[in-house]
Design a protein around this ligand. Structure first.
Ligand code: ATP
Ligand code: MG
Length: 232
């Protein structure tokens, strides 16, 4: 992205920004002149523009952190330092060719990994079974709530939405007989998922509750929930 933005900045009146990829073989000779590069197959990414280019002095500094020729507030000078870091993390190699008035070309060589061709992603041919039961979906994020709700509905379920634990509990108390499953978000305002779970289980100790959370299972509150639901 930074290479693209730099090219845009170098072409205020427009021009061409070109991205190319190629498989290349780096020979011993090239590597003797570029000591950090190992011979062998590489994936080459070339990013070039037809912009204003750079003079020799600028070229020697472009990968330095905080080096920028842009106005204050326009560039931090961290873009190419970051690009350099990313390329190095991949054992890669980056070169820049440029002349004032003749555009700029960045060549990035990534060492290629030799592997067997990966088999194609398996296709799921079996139909996902749905159902006609009623699900109480407790989720405070409106976007996630709507998305999950319509997804469940597309599999035939009837969905009741609740935006927080309090609302969920009120609905559950009234309609527990027809609610087959509660899908419960853990982190919510008002009454959080943990409290809500306790209350729901107080209404019906046999209630089926699926805890959904963006946090990992090693996260303490998730563990507290599971131990609590086991003991209740
Ligand atoms: N495609 C290019 N054409 C001409 N000059 C470039 C080009 N790419 C980089 N430069 C020069 O290199 C300098 C450093 O680039 P770098 O991306 O690191 O920082 P920046 O673009 O100035 O700021 P930042 O990316 O942090 O917003 C630029 O200020 C510019 O002088
Ligand atoms: Mg930049």
């Amino acid at each position: 992205m930074n290479l693209g933005v730099n090219a845009r900045d170098a072409m205020p009146d427009g021009g061409a920004l070109t991205f190319e990829t190629a498989n290349v073989q780096l020979e011993e000779e090239y590597c003797n002149n570029h000591l950090e590069v190992k011979p062998g197959s590489h994936a080459l990414l070339t990013v070039s523009d037809t912009g204003q280019g750079m003079d020799k002095e600028t070229l020697t500094h472009i990968f330095e952190p905080f080096f920028s020729t842009k106005e204050v507030g326009k560039g931090t000078g961290l873009g190419l330092a970051t690009v350099y870091g990313i390329v190095k993390q991949h054992d890669g190699h980056i070169m820049c060719y440029s002349e004032p008035g003749h555009g700029t070309t960045f060549k990035i060589y990534f060492p290629a990994i030799q592997t067997e061709k990966l088999s194609e992603t398996p296709k799921f041919e079996t139909e996902i079974p749905g159902g006609t039961e009623t699900i109480l979906l407790v989720e405070d994020d409106a976007v996630i709530s709507e998305l999950c709700g319509s997804l469940l509905e597309s599999f035939g379920y009837e969905v009741i939405l609740a935006g927080n634990g309090k609302e969920a509990l009120a609905i559950y108390k009234n309609q527990s007989a027809r609610i087959s499953l509660v899908i419960l978000d853990l982190i919510m305002p008002e009454m959080d998922g943990r409290q809500c779970l306790g209350e729901i289980l107080r209404v019906d100790p046999q209630a089926k509750v699926l805890i959904a959370s963006g946090y990992s299972e090693n996260e303490p509150s998730a563990q507290r929930v599971s131990s609590r639901s086991l003991t209740t």
